[in-house]
Design a binder for this molecule. Structure first.
Ligand SMILES: Cc1cc2nc3c(=O)[nH]c(=O)nc-3n(C[C@H](O)[C@H](O)[C@H](O)COP(=O)(O)O)c2cc1C
Length: 184
């Protein structure tokens, strides 16, 4: 059993749900999971108290939550000593067309460049459109963006694009990485 940290930034809750699902899978592999919202980390919190770390963040206006970038930059040395993974949640990752998904990967790479972190595993994850949670301006802006992208512009409902099976397969792989690194 390894101590796994799953920490995240989430503005409308989808990355929180993604982090929880990763935590559930690691728990199924008998790892001891700690879930931390990086917006409100506990006092004295440090990744060096764990055997492996997954960091999640979502994209808004082209970049991930700055507080997640700060966390990674501040703890880069500790993160480099551990098996680690970065999961980036965005709408760009939801495109059916591969070429249209390229920005999702570019934003993930930009986060790694900006923070100087080289995790073992990375994944782009399709997020959600949560019209019910947006204020008037945000709803209007997202309706325009969605109109050009998915065409999901019915603001009386929410849309979820996350491929939970692919996410679980990724978490299974990370669980295996944790296990193998503890055997070394
Ligand atoms: C105001 C706003 C701006 C967004 N900007 C982008 C963007 O630039 N690129 C993108 O791919 N997705 C963008 N998204 C989509 C989010 O990444 C997506 O809704 C994701 O599920 C949010 O995750 P969270 O709920 O964990 O914050 C935006 C969403 C909102 C509400």
């Amino acid at each position: 059993m390894a101590r796994a940290l799953v920490c995240y930034g989430s503005s409308e809750g989808q990355t929180a749900a993604v982090a929880e699902r990763i935590g559930d899978v690691l728990d199924d592999h008998d790892h001891e999971v700690t879930l931390v919202n990086l917006k409100h980390p506990p006092d004295g919190f440090s990744p060096s108290n764990y055997d492996g770390v997954v960091v999640g963040a979502s994209v808004h206006a082209g970049s991930h939550q700055p507080y997640v970038a700060h966390f990674v930059r501040d703890h880069r040395e500790e993160l480099s000593q551990l098996p680690s993974a970065f999961v980036s949640v965005s709408l760009s990752a939801a495109h059916a067309d591969e070429a249209e998904r390229a920005p999702a990967r570019e934003m993930l790479e930009a986060f790694l460049d900006e923070t100087g972190w080289a995790p073992d595993e990375t994944l782009t994850v399709a997020g959600a459109l949560k019209y019910s949670q947006y204020g008037l301006l945000k709803r209007f802006a997202m309706k325009r963006i969605a109109g050009k992208a998915s065409g999901d512009t019915d603001t009386s409902r929410d849309y979820e694009y996350t491929d939970w099976e692919a996410l679980e397969a990724f978490a299974d792989e990370f669980a295996a990485l944790l296990e193998s690194s503890r055997e070394e």
